[in-house]
Design a protein around this ligand. Sequence first.
Ligand code: ZN
Ligand code: ZN
Length: 1006
Amino acid sequence: MNLRRVIAFALVLLLAMGVRHATAHPAPDTADTNDYADADAQILKEIHDHSEVMENLEHLSDAIGARLTGSPQLKQANEWTAEMFRKYGLTNVHLEPWTIAHSWTRGTAHARIVKPAEHPLTIAAAGWSPSTPGVLHAPVVYFDAKKKDEFEKFRGKLKGAVVIYQEPASLSPPKPEDSRSEFVRAMQAPPPMKGEPPAPSPYAVLQEAAKARTAFFKQEGVAAVLRDSNKPHALLNMTGIGGEKFEIGAIPTAFITGEGYRMLFRMLKHGPVEVELDMTNSFSDKPVEVYNTVAEIRGTEKPDEVVMLGAHLDSWDLGTGSTDNGTGSMAVLEAARTLAKLQLKPKRTIRFVLFTGEEEGLVGSVKYVEAHKPDLDKISGIFVHDTGTGRVLTLGLHDNYQDREIVDQEIAPLRELKLLEPSMQRSFGTDHASFDDVGVPGFWAIQDGAEYTKTHHSQSDTFDKVWKDDLNQGAQVLAAWAYNTAQLPAMLPRRPVPAKTPPANPDAKKNEEAIAKPADSDAANVASAKPDPLSEMDTKILAQVKADEPELKANLLFLTDHIGPRLTGSEQLDQASRWMLARFQQLGLANAHQEPWSIANRWTRGPATGRVLLSSDAKSAEAPIAIHLTMATGGWSPATEGTLKGPVVGVAVEKAEDLQQYEGKLKGAIVVLGKPLDLQAPQNPMLTPWGEETIPIAFPKSDKPFDFTAYMKLRTAELAFFAEEKAAAVLLGSEKWFGLLNMSISGRNYQPGVIPTAYIAREDFMLLWRLLDSGTVQAEVNIAGNFSGKPAEVYNTVAEITGSEKPDEVVIIGAHLDSWDLGTGATDNGTGSTAVLEAARALKKSGVKPKRTIRFVLFTGEEQGLNGSKAYVTKHQDELKKISAVLVHDSGTGKVLTIGLMGNYDARETLDRVMYPLARAKEIGLAEPTLRKEDGSDHVPFDEAGVPGFWCVQEVADYDKTHHSQADTVDRVRWDDLTEGAQILAVFAYNVAQLPELLPRKSPKP
Ligand SMILES: [Zn+2]
Ligand SMILES: [Zn+2]
């Protein structure tokens, strides 16, 4: 699509969207003009055009093969990668040795069920498992003890047995493969506050249990252990039992297919089961040296400061380690090739490290960190690629809040890579974590799942599973990130390491677990559970909102069905304001009152009708063939004062100068403004690439950011021009199909617009342009409406729960009570309004005594340009410093996914703490807060005045259809989601009111 069409479309779109977004739009990201954008473009192009990643990975997979730590193949891979780094022109290429207690060589493994019936089993020895002493013939015992005190019932019953201990999960139907649909950035428990000890490791409990279990098995003389691979289709799984020191495992242990495991489990329910089992494995009799491969591009200005890219070269050995982690290793190598070839001369040194021993517990990276202790403070940061072949969705920042804004700027030039918003999520499953543990910012690649759950550690981890384009995208992200980080004015800021470092060296198990469920495990919840008055009150508030569901529903039904649409200045809006005030008073809220502001004119809608006259033939003039247009008068449009007939003229221009061609040609014309263009439906905001718009309405298919200021200038010029040229009327096309209209204001500041304006259905809009393309078109229109001719007062409705300790400090939750009038404003913004009312009710009924004042505000005049909230901010100038935060609910009826922080980076960590109780409530499951901006609701005037102003990020839920259309009725409301919205408002308000301090303001921009 060319730029011309995009701009023309943008006109149509914005006219249709009207003032919902007609507030100061931030200038398009200026970060892409920074000094690394050019280099990034070269990096992306080089990898796109000349990538060697696939041939390298094929060689690694097929010619070298599986790379168990301590094996000759891994050593060969170390040497080959070093050779490649040298070939690509890197410097300081070398291998850094460390030592393992024993290498381990897989032998044979056979098993079959011999009783109650014969069945072959597919098994593979766990890493570092000893051999069985010949062929075992043994009963199978299911050890169902989960806790140590339950072990005793097995005392004396395990001697010589083959033990299974896992309760199998269902393998059918398989889990959906699309991991992106699941990727909603589930929130994790926030990291410890400054000075607090680290949170207990979610794995500590599991590791402790595993240790105790193994000791008990050993004592009791267990012959062997069989572990569930827990994958479908006979795929095996693998991990090691030799620990981080690569010791000889305590008990012969093997993985068995999911199918085999479940058969054993089923059979055991009916009676005794016996198996035959034998494994032969071998160990080195002395310690073995293993290596990390290291290479560099030396920095030109600060060579002693280092930016690192990492992946692990070792693998398990059932497949060829192509996706775990051949992909990451070869992406790092490709990034190195690219940066070296382009000779970009980074300021800082870029170092590439291929770790080993990762599969046994990130051991190679831990050894690296130990060996480099003296120069850790010169490592700016590290980024690790280790979650398979899927494209990099975004960077996981592992609690490095202090780096978030910088990372956002770093990825700004990478728009074409479609990265999602960076996440604060921790993962203990890749080598970056070893660096975070010692205070070096370590980031991990959050990737598309591809088929990782199947290939990971299984015999199916082979080259044929690799996705070329996705892997190249990963190499592009790595290379650009490394370069951009090397060019930063300073090293990446660091997060202080908690007082006592957590167990530095996670078990390999962590790896799988972290991938399988990134959110905090129940184990962590149990470990951190202690009575907390804040969370007790949160629980109470959540339950209260739930219990009030009937009231919430009754309120919204009353507001929409009995009061109806609430145009600012209308009698219905006055009625709604009085009704809301009465509800507040009834709840016993403090300081319930109305705050008046005024508009220049009330406007009352009249009918708008129009016809396209297909035949202007004189003979048929009495009954011309005509098509009726579906249309509605634009808000505050002057009337045509009767039916006007005239030629239809289509006008679609890029700039005001282009209007000159119509000079003298529009007198009496009916102008159709803007050409209809292709639309793209809005998507889940959490899955929208970072930097792209998330407004929940349809938008033009375009990769260009929209320039709102230029658009507004052009539109004003156009309407003035049409008025001057004495055109009869202007018709604007709705962007919605199925006859759904849109609505917006055609005047400014509640003054009559300069020319009669109406919105027409998209189908009619298309028709008019088709007819125009084939010849001249006549039409007639009648656009009606009335003005009061004098100013009128309207009201924001306000009430409070007064703070007990700091009553003059305030938290606001808000929504707008006014609406457009084609429907009944049920989702825009009856939902938000009644959610605020419900939050007030639930807080009051829960008996909260907040430290700060919680204020509930229902704005008006939002639809004509956030006028009520602007009036509020103006009136409360003196108080703004004392407003901690404002949260507005105004994107329809969809589930509130999280809250949007409008670029308040400094408030992000605090907000994670504020919102976490909501994420933890399973039925709400709030996603990680976003830094995204949204410019169309009442939080904006607060944001612009320096008050933290936040918005509810909601699922689209047909908002693109209901928004400002006749379909905005209560039928569309999703009641459960609305209840959740009220829960989120209430808990947000209370938790912010209880914070020790006011929320930090945005730091002033240079
Ligand atoms: Zn891995
Ligand atoms: Zn709204």
